[in-house]
Design a protein around this ligand. Structure first.
Ligand code: GLN
Length: 502
């Protein structure tokens, strides 16, 4: 097995025991990217020089006898809406094509302090709006299991690079499913933490009342290791959770007998594809065999979740993106006579069609005559959905359902119909509206070899129980061990969207 194929918890002991240098480990990942990313197109920017420099510094530190840090020498890929000081951060938008942040997001500071090394920035739907990574202004990412399919979105580049061994793990962001849905489409583990558990400082905001950064990993143990480092209070994020946190990796016992697991009946209604239903039903059997009690529950208002989500998220997106005005940073349209036409032209030329659609929708639902009818109504639905969850969590330790109604779809299949695309988030948006955590873990494959994800939803700030259940399920199955075989092609031969190094 090559170093870049190892999980974080497998590679760490080799580095700690000095059996492998950090430079060797990072170089294997960078070589894998060079060999494969012309095909997968997961990265917008590969930070090769930066990563090798950091690797040498880490080796020098270890050679001096300094103790290894918790994530020493692990190559990490970062979704391109998370600011990295000195490394281009585009949000996959033409608008920020040349933006180099002057500061690091809190999660980057924490990961680097823990010894992780950023190897690159991954492709996504522009400003995280989308479910297939086809809304990227740069290029589309391919699903490593089948190159004609999408990797999901919006954190599609992060999911694809983790399953293709082009990074040990990655960070994504999730506002309505953008970590969990691509994790499910690519057969990896993706956690959307409780709202406020992980600092959003340095994340390019989409819908700030729902945005969360989270880990995308090859297994649950890695997910817990990363969460240990990135979770925790940050005074620079006003919504940051101030409470004490457990050692998440320490909570991983494969033991769930006696726990009660609820299955919302609304998650199994029309729209759910046959292969996903089959895999999900088998997953339920497995959870029962492990000693859990599986019960049907109801979340009566959840059928309005998608509508409420798109109203609220578009309203918030419209306000967040007002800062892109052509004045302070990012794209400025040339040759305009006054500031109003400069702003209009900069936005007109710099933003893609989906982003514009959301801004227009957001402005519409917040306008004086529509605010009550749409925005305030959506907020009421949101409260009812939160209450539904609180009610079922009185009797259930967690809830389970499919992560997405289908497996990864064909590239181009849904690009012409935004509503079709929005439907792929139907099971992932309710946890964002309620602020609770959700994790997707691999739970099967369809007949064509495409992965299926199981979504487990937990009580707010109870990631420990969520991870424990995910771990028990994973240990009782072997879906997380499978890897796709990807034909190799170097990116020199087909450049995926311009400059790819810093
Ligand atoms: N697909 C959803 C949207 O387009 C979710 C995106 C996300 O979680 N960032 O809004």
């Amino acid at each position: 097995m090559r170093l870049n194929e190892l999980k974080a918890h497998e590679l760490l002991p080799l580095i700690r025991r000095h059996e492998v240098t950090v430079e060797e480990a990072v170089t294997e990942t960078l070589d894998r990217i060079a060999a494969l990313d012309g095909t997968i197109q997961a990265y917008i920017t590969v930070a090769r020089e930066h990563a090798l420099q950091r690797a040498k510094e880490a080796d020098a530190r270890l050679a001096k006898g300094e103790p290894p840090r918790p994530l020493e020498g692990l190559s990490i890929a970062i979704k391109d809406n998370i600011c990295t000081k000195g490394i281009r951060t585009t949000g996959a938008s033409r608008y920020l094509e040349d933006f180099i942040p002057p500061y690091d997001a809190t999660v980057i500071e924490r990961l680097e302090d823990a010894g992780a090394i950023v190897v690159g920035k991954t492709n996504m739907d522009e400003f995280a709006m989308g479910s297939s990574t086809e809304n990227s202004a740069m290029f589309s990412t391919r699903n490593p299991w089948n190159l004609n399919r999408v990797p999901g979105g919006s954190s599609g580049g992060s999911a694809a690079c983790v399953i293709a061994n082009e990074a040990v793990f990655a960070l994504g962001s999730d506002t309505g499913g953008s970590i969990r849905q691509p994790a499910s489409f690519c057969g990896i583990v993706g956690l959307k933490p409780s709202y406020g558990l992980v600092s959003r400082y340095g994340l390019i905001g989409y819908a700030s009342s729902m945005d969360q950064i989270g880990p995308m990993t090859r297994d649950v143990r890695d997910c817990a290791l990363i969460l240990n480092v990135i979770a925790g209070n940050d005074p620079r994020d006003s919504q940051s959770y101030p409470g004490e946190l457990p050692d998440y990796a320490g909570c991983l016992v494969p033991e769930i007998s006696g726990l009660t697991i609820g299955v919302p009946k609304e998650f199994l209604e029309e729209g759910l594809s046959g292969p996903v239903r089959d895999a999900f039903m088998k997953a339920l059997d497995r959870l029962e065999e492990l000693g859990a009690r599986v019960v049907e529950v109801s979340l009566p208002h959840v059928r309005h979740a998608l509508a409420a989500y798109y109203v609220i998220s578009s309203a918030e997106a419209g306000s967040n993106l007002a800062r892109l005005d052509g004045v302070r940073y990012g794209y400025r349209a040339p040759g305009q006579e006054d500031s109003a036409s400069m702003m209009a032209a900069s936005r007109g030329e710099g933003l893609g069609p989906e982003v514009k659609r959301r801004i227009v929708l957001g402005t519409y639902v917040l306008s004086a005559e529509n605010r009550e009818k749409y925005f305030n109504e959506a907020l009421r639905v949101r409260s009812l959905i939160s209450r539904d969850f609180q009610e079922v969590f009185k009797t259930c330790d967690c809830l389970v359902g499919p992560t997405s109604p289908t497996v990864a779809f064909e590239a181009g299949e849904k690009t012409r119909d935004p509503l079709e695309m929005y439907l792929s988030d139907v099971y992932t948006v309710p946890p964002n509206l309620a602020g609770i955590p959700g994790i997707s873990v691999p739970c099967g494959f369809d007949e064509e070899g495409m992965p299926v994800g199981l979504q487990i939803m937990g009580k707010q700030y109870d990631e420990a129980t969520l991870l424990r259940i995910a771990y028990a399920f994973e240990q009782a199955t072997d879906f997380h061990r499978r890897r796709p075989e990807v034909p190799q092609k170097t990116y020199q031969s087909e450049s995926a969207g311009g400059e790819r190094s810093v």
